[in-house]
Design a protein. Structure first.
Length: 117
C-alpha cells in the first residue's frame, strides 16, 4: 500500500496550491479519502474528506469556501485544491485512506505547505 503526496511548497498569502495523492496497493474506489494537516506544536486535524463515490464531501470550518477536495477513481488519485491561502494554513498535509468496515487506515508521508510572504 502506498499513498504519495505531492504539490506542496512555498506560496504567498492569497495564493493557490493543488495537492495530489497517488494511491496504489488497495481498492482506491472503495475508500473514503481524507486530507489532514499538522502545524508545528498542534494536533493533526481533518481538513477535508470525500466518500468513495465522490458525491459527498466535508470540510473543516477553517477551510470552507477556500479548499476543494476531489478524486479520480480511474487514476487512483485524490486532490486538494487550496485557494486564498493564509499563513495559518502552513502545515504538513497528509493523505489518508479509510475503509472503516474492515478497519483499514493508511497514511501518506506528508507534504509541506508554507504560506508566507
Amino acid at each position: 500500500v502506498q499513498l504519495v503526496e505531492s504539490g506542496g511548497g512555498l506560496v504567498q498569502p492569497g495564493g493557490s496550491l493543488r495537492l495530489s495523492c497517488a494511491a496504489s496497493g488497495f481498492t482506491f474506489s472503495s475508500y473514503t479519502m481524507n486530507w489532514y494537516r499538522q502545524a508545528p506544536g498542534k494536533e493533526r486535524e481533518l481538513v477535508a474528506a470525500i466518500r468513495s463515490g465522490g458525491g459527498s464531501t466535508n470540510y473543516a470550518d477553517s477551510v470552507k469556501g477556500r479548499f476543494t477536495i476531489s478524486r479520480d477513481n480511474a487514476e487512483n488519485t485524490v486532490y486538494l485544491q487550496m485557494n486564498s491561502l493564509k499563513p495559518e494554513d502552513t502545515a504538513v498535509y497528509y493523505c489518508n485512506a479509510v475503509l472503516r468496515l474492515f478497519g483499514r487506515d493508511y497514511w501518506g508521508q506528508g507534504t509541506q505547505v508554507i504560506v508566507s510572504s
